[in-house]
Design a protein around this ligand. Structure first.
Ligand code: ADP
Length: 371
């Protein structure tokens, strides 16, 4: 069995292009992860040198692959943000990040949106999945990128098993579920392995799922973000060319505080907020169909108004949403006439209108926020 030290030693034989010594000593090398004979790591290079660093990436990959016991290597280049955002170079036309780095669009994909939440367990993944199916119900070509690297749930929600096949070179074919193209780290590594991924590794994994998957032509790619508003989420929001973000919140106050952090995070990186969705908004009794506003209702709507972002709609707390999600038959496909499926489709239609109409909320007043 190959270990990380052996891979590290192999990388000591790869020279940095600028005479900074070997890759292993340059400080540009991320943590090395080995899983089932496959080595994963990233190399951080200055943003301006990413294009020229491809030979370095290739050499590193070859060196890692040459280690006995390593069957393949996935090496990604991570751009190093300039130290001071204020000193950023003039923005390029394509969605400049705060570091002045233009985010490279993904050819063939019309809009990429993030589904995010301030904390876990609010139903972000369930919403992302049903929203994606809502877009597909409008006849749109849809993909889902499961970036919730700490707890990928798309394989289960779409009931997809198996591993993606390699197309050619480094490109993977996405998996398919209910007519939607799906890629998740859950298809590639076991859950325990996903858990140990940190920092730059997370970013490289996302970049690979975005750029080294044959998405083909898509109207919309829905990215299920990792929950929370920490550094990993912020960096992701900075690195993916997002047309906008949807924030999922539950009605309780605490979740709303978290949702506010989510809004603030996207504003910080100048990603338009498409709106807030209130999930588990009210309860529908399965026997009588009667509605109960357990948490009090309207908190997310009021919060959205206060923040000047669109309120996209409410999703009820229902047994069937949970049951159908667990069974891998999400309600938009399995109960298309139910009020909750109608709610998801309505929200999808609203989001699409905003994206196509360009009526997104550009970051308004600058709010300083301790995330
Ligand atoms: P997150 O991605 O925010 O961690 P999930 O989408 O995994 O949350 O949802 C957490 C749990 O709540 C899951 O068991 C899911 O089936 C359930 N759930 C999500 N939304 C609803 C809803 N509207 N009604 C009932 N259960 C829901």
């Amino acid at each position: 069995m190959a270990d990380r030290e052996q891979v590290r030693q192999a990388l000591a034989g790869v020279a940095m292009p600028d005479g900074r010594g070997s890759l292993a000593e340059s400080g540009a090398l991320s943590e090395i992860v080995i899983h089932q004979g496959k080595a994963y790591f990233s190399i951080t290079v200055p943003a301006a040198q990413v294009a020229g660093a491809e030979p370095l990436r290739k050499a590193a990959e070859a060196a890692a692959r040459a280690v006995p016991g390593i069957t393949s290597a996935l090496v990604t280049l991570t751009a190093e943000a300039p130290p001071k955002p204020a000193a950023a170079a003039p923005a390029k036309p394509a969605q400049p990040g705060p570091g002045g780095q233009a985010k490279v669009q993904v050819a063939g994909i019309r809009h990429i949106i993030a589904v995010a939440s301030g904390k876990g367990g609010v139903g972000k993944s369930t919403t992302a999945c049903n929203l994606a199916l809502g877009f597909a119900a409008q006849g749109l070509r849809v993909g889902v990128l499961d970036a919730d690297i700490y707890g990928p749930s798309m394989p289960k929600l779409f009931a997809i098993h198996g591993r993606p096949t390699l197309k050619e070179g480094r490109t993977l074919n996405p998996m398919q579920g209910y007519g939607i193209k799906v890629m998740s780290i859950g298809f590639l590594v076991d859950e325990e392995a996903a858990m140990i991924w940190r920092g730059p590794m997370v970013i490289s994994a996302i970049q690979q799922m975005l750029r080294e998957v044959d998405w083909g032509d898509l109207d919309i790619l829905v990215v299920d973000m990792p929950p929370g508003t920490g550094d990993a989420q912020l960096t992701m929001a900075q690195n993916v060319p997002l047309a906008g973000a949807v924030i999922v919140s539950t009605p309780q106050d605490l979740a709303l505080i978290d949702a506010r952090r989510g809004v603030a995070m996207f504003r910080k990186v100048e990603v338009p907020i498409l709106g807030i969705i209130e999930n588990m908004s009210y309860f529908i009794a399965p026997d009588t169909g009667k509605r109960y506003d357990i948490f009090g209702n309207g908190g997310a709507r009021a919060e959205a108004e206060r923040q000047g972002v669109p309120f996209l709609g409410e999703i009820p707390l229902t047994m069937s949403i949970r049951e159908k999600s667990d069974a891998g038959t999400p309600v938009v496909v399995s109960e298309p006439d139910s009020p909750h499926a109608v709610a998801y489709r309505g929200i999808a239609a609203k989001v699409w209108d905003i994206l196509e109409g360009g009526a997104t909320q550009r970051p308004a007043p600058r709010i300083v926020f301790d995330a």
